[in-house]
Design a protein around this ligand. Structure first.
Ligand code: CUA
Length: 341
């Protein structure tokens, strides 16, 4: 039991049977109830079948004459039409209740709540997070692949998280099993969903709609932290990138700015307006992220170098190309990226 509980708190745990959010809790309840009802029906039907097989099997010493043939019986026919009808009706009611419970009402958070609003944009094959507002404060922070949210502690104001889900290209689906059900991100429309984590920790998930070659590596990481830690995270993310003053660091930055990286990536900087591409992830605080390539590999200098040199070596089919940088440019780019704390 202890081992099971320990496993439940591991980030590798993706089971919908260990929910950490009210909507995931409702889905788990529905799953168990539906399995119990359908399991009961299975046992009943198979039981009658086995009973009939055993009871009416051919036995020695009995004649082989045909048993009496019965044609039609109104009461039995009514019974086996009405009973499944009732079962289906009950299932529809149960599903309807859960649909109601998991339905987000972003315009009306519960009274006293401190809601967080985030726009999630699915890209081939990474996640963009735009923090819109928290507890009534406008945020305007953009980051990628690692979503930080505050925990809702019992007895304190709830901190629901409302996600506005959009897509930049094809259909994706946001699914962090322990925090809620799947919701699709569709081009040309916005879907909404809500989460409310009741424990801190790392929660993993996965794009749940086939979206191209790297669909399986479009991983989700949700970091649930205490309200204080979350405030610190917001404060750090809101800052512009550190401006290098030292000579080599400045040269690294200028090299980066002279390369085509700037066409796709944004680095918010005090005076710089040139690094403002939106096709790829925002790199302003790249080093605050534990992973790169949408959760595929750890964010270490070696992996970063491998990635910049040849993104395809880590993520085949990736839409970022390797730009065949020479050794000097490579060192400068990695040097600059490492400074983006
Ligand atoms: Cu995005 Cu599958």
């Amino acid at each position: 039991m202890l081992a099971l509980l320990a496993a439940a708190s591991q980030p590798e745990n993706l089971s919908i049977l260990s929910p950490a959010s009210p909507s995931a809790e409702s889905i788990k309840g529905l799953l168990i109830l539906v399995c119990a009802i359908t399991g009961g029906i299975l046992v009943l039907v198979e039981g009658i079948l086995i009973y009939a097989l055993v009871r009416s099997r051919r036995r020695a010493g009995r004649d082989d004459a045909e048993p009496p043939q019965v044609y039609g019986s109104k009461p039995i026919e009514i019974a086996w039409t009405v009973a499944p009808g009732i079962v289906v009706f009950v299932l529809v009611l149960l599903v309807g209740r859960v649909l109601w419970e998991v339905r987000p009402d972003a315009d009306k958070p519960p009274p006293g709540a401190k809601p967080l609003y985030v726009t999630v944009v699915g890209h081939q094959w990474w996640w963009e997070y735009r923090y819109d507002s928290y507890d009534g404060r406008e945020l305007g922070i953009t980051t990628a692949n690692e979503l930080h949210i505050p925990v809702s502690e019992p007895g304190k104001p709830p901190r629901p998280v409302y996600l506005n889900l959009q897509s930049a290209d094809v259909c994706h689906s946001f699914w962090v099993p322990r925090l809620g059900g799947k919701t699709d991100l569709l081009p040309g429309r916005a879907n909404t969903m809500w989460l409310q984590a009741d424990q801190t920790g790392l929660f993993l998930g996965q794009c749940a709609e086939y979206c191209g070659t790297q669909h399986a590596n479009m991983l989700l990481r949700v970091v649930v932290e205490s309200p204080e830690e979350f405030e610190r995270y917001l404060a750090e993310e809101a800052k512009p990138a550190i401006d290098p003053t030292e000579k080599t660091a400045l040269a690294d930055k200028n090299t980066f700015r002279s390369l085509s990286c700037v066409n796709c990536h944004t680095i918010r900087d005090k005076q710089d307006t040139r690094v403002n591409g939106t096709f790829g992830p925002d790199l302003t605080h790249l080093m605050a992220r534990k992973t790169i390539a949408s959760g595929m590999v750890e964010n270490t200098p070696e992996n970063l170098r491998k990635w910049v040199l040849s993104p395809n070596s880590i993520k085949p089919g990736c839409l970022m190309s390797g730009f065949e940088l020479n050794e000097r440019e490579m060192n400068s780019v990695i040097g600059y990226l490492k400074s983006l704390k």
